[in-house]
Design a protein around this ligand. Sequence first.
Ligand SMILES: Cc1cc2nc3c(=O)[nH]c(=O)nc-3n(C[C@H](O)[C@H](O)[C@H](O)COP(=O)(O)O)c2cc1C
Length: 158
Amino acid sequence: MKTLIVYSTLGGASKKSAEILAENIKDSSIADIKKEVPDLNGIDAIIIGGGVYAAHIGRKLKKFVKKNLNKLVTIPHALFVCCADPDFMKFIKSNFPRRLVETAISAEGFGFEFVPERAGKFNFIFGSMLKTYQKNNMDKPSLTEERIKAVAEKFNRD
Ligand SMILES: Cc1cc2nc3c(=O)[nH]c(=O)nc-3n(C[C@H](O)[C@H](O)[C@H](O)COP(=O)(O)O)c2cc1C
């Protein structure tokens, strides 16, 4: 079963999530929606996800989903977001079409991570968020790798 992982990222957390998924799913490949138009030909399953900014995932990712919705609902699919808010489900519901959410094998929040050097124009925001965490002696945010691997596991059955 060929699985495609399509992601959108600004800060790198979703890219890292996609890479962990790919490492743990047999016969999988990755597509960065900002760099390529993913080819769905020959794809048996798909995982779609991205980082949340002001409650929204990337525009290109939404567009890709909208354009391919009829095909996407017919194959095994999972959705994920990377966000700071523990209530990730509200972002899944508000950013992905209901039909896709309701038929998904899983819909997950993978947490978030600050990778300031990857954040480009958002670098200063990520940097100051990180300082706030350090000042308040809070644990540095990190992706929940167990959740990512649990999703990957679902795509290895069959
Ligand atoms: C400018 C900015 C806006 C953000 N807005 C939200 C938000 O509305 N809700 C939330 O839960 N997290 C928010 N976050 C945290 C990001 O979702 C988090 O850093 C996530 O890892 C981003 O994914 P990415 O690294 O793949 O781009 C925001 C972060 C930044 C820098």
